[in-house]
Design a binder for this molecule. Structure first.
Ligand code: ADP
Ligand code: MG
Length: 228
């Protein structure tokens, strides 16, 4: 039986703005299996990004638990959470969130340097991952000097370079045209499968979701079904 790497139990999250309360996550239960590509789909505003932030310890739930293997992430202190993220998680966003004042290579070296990998080793590994995403010819470009598709490639290299156990990707192709989206999706899925990583990916594209191993649908604050 496949092992569960990440488990969300009874996750509740409400946003309050002035007098308006929005119950975004009402009772989310979710199992992410090791070595699988899991897609989360659902309408805009259904709470997918909120859930991803909570799964990645970037935001806290009002109640419920997030278990990584058997570690309850919701009980960790802020500094332990940061440490946990640096060593176990990789993030890819719709808008790449790359650092514009730095080169492509420096952006990919960043998670390694934060993890105290020596600079020469970080340089070597960044180059290796940039080769995997087809960007060996862009190492010393600023991220403001390359195309949108290339920026997502850099973001993917940066998310994978420190060999995390779990990748959280929130609409990684959402900002690209159809051609680039398909190309980046294929590159991303090939890489994560090659490296046997576990992935949770939010997408609004049912065709891409259908290529994943498992699909969950967010609706009305719960995981509604696993049928497309
Ligand atoms: P999705 O990613 O599925 O489009 P989100 O998780 O971004 O959905 O948002 C879900 C709901 O929560 C939306 O109604 C959104 O307006 C609201 N929301 C998200 N973040 C905040 C916030 N920081 N403060 C208040 N409301 C928020
Ligand atoms: Mg979103």
């Amino acid at each position: 039986m496949t092992k569960i790497i990440l488990k969300a139990k009874n996750i509740v999250k409400t946003y309050t703005e002035g007098k308006v309360k929005t119950d975004v996550l009402k009772n989310v239960n979710l199992d992410i299996y090791e070595g699988e590509l899991t897609a989360i789909i659902g309408k805009s505003g259904s709470g997918k990004s909120t859930l991803m932030h909570i799964l990645g310890t970037l935001d806290t739930a009002d109640s419920g638990q997030i278990l990584f293997n058997d570690l309850d992430l919701t009980r960790l202190s802020a500094s332990k959470k940061a440490q946990f993220r640096n060593s176990n998680l990789g993030f890819v966003y719709q808008f790449h969130h790359l650092l514009g004042d730095f080169t492509v290579k420096e952006n990919v070296m960043m998670p390694l340097l934060i993890g105290n990998v020596p600079k020469s080793e970080a340089d070597k590994r960044a180059c290796e991952y940039l080769e995997k995403v087809g960007l060996s010819h862009r190492l010393n470009y600023l991220t403001t000097e390359i195309s949108g598709g290339e920026r997502q490639r850099v973001a993917i290299a940066r998310a994978l370079v420190h060999k995390p156990d779990l990748i959280l990707a929130d609409e990684p192709t959402g900002n690209l045209d159809a051609h680039n989206a398909n190309e980046i999706f294929t590159l991303f899925t090939n890489l994560v499968r090659e490296e046997k990583l576990s992935v949770v990916m939010v997408t609004h594209d049912n065709q891409l979701a259908a290529l994943c191993d498992r699909t969950y649908v967010m609706k009305d604050g719960v995981i509604d079904s696993n049928e497309l």
